[in-house]
Design a protein around this ligand. Structure first.
Ligand code: HEM
Length: 133
């Protein structure tokens, strides 16, 4: 008879390196957004001060990947996808987000390359899925 094994597998959050690595990735992401002309349109959509985003995005990603749910506790009932609908995200800006995040993950180079690739792929799909056109 097949047995079910209670997995003690590490969460994606643990495998990527926890909050420290997520902060490295998101800081690199916003650095790229601020400096690379390829992400200029995406940068222009954001507030002049990216400080709040540098705090918010790693906390969102932490809870979403199986770590501490700080972002959800601070934002009860907030739907991250629907809060983006007023921003008028199109294929260009969604693509810039996905490309900047993929580059940031690649630059930080987490040691678990399988989870790093999976993270880049799923965030790419999530970002492109937010595009209206
Ligand atoms: C598809 C392209 C995307 C664009 C153009 C975009 C744009 C924005 C903008 C303009 C803001 C408001 C912040 C500001 O004005 O500085 C924002 C907030 C935020 N975005 Fe995005 N976003 C995108 C995709 C994503 C994705 C895929 C995620 C998550 C994986 C995400 C997570 C967040 C979070 C957590 C916030 C802050 C919400 C809060 O804590 O109040 N965004 N985004």
């Amino acid at each position: 008879m097949a047995t079910t094994t209670e997995t003690s597998a590490a969460s994606p959050y643990d495998r990527i390196g926890g909050l420290a690595t997520l902060r490295q990735i998101t800081d690199r992401f916003y650095d790229l957004m601020e400096t690379e002309p390829a992400f200029k349109t995406l940068r222009a959509m954001h507030a002049p001060d990216l400080g709040p985003m540098r705090e918010s995005l790693p906390l969102f990603l932490a809870g979403w990947s199986g770590g501490p749910r700080t972002w959800w506790e601070a934002n009860p009932g907030k739907c991250m996808v629907s809060m983006h609908s007023p921003f008028g995200i199109d294929a260009t800006t969604a693509g810039q987000w996905a490309d900047a995040m993929r580059q940031a993950i690649s630059d930080v180079a987490p040691s678990d390359t399988a989870i790093a690739g999976a993270l880049a792929d799923v965030l790419d799909r999530m970002a492109r899925g937010m595009a209206k056109a």
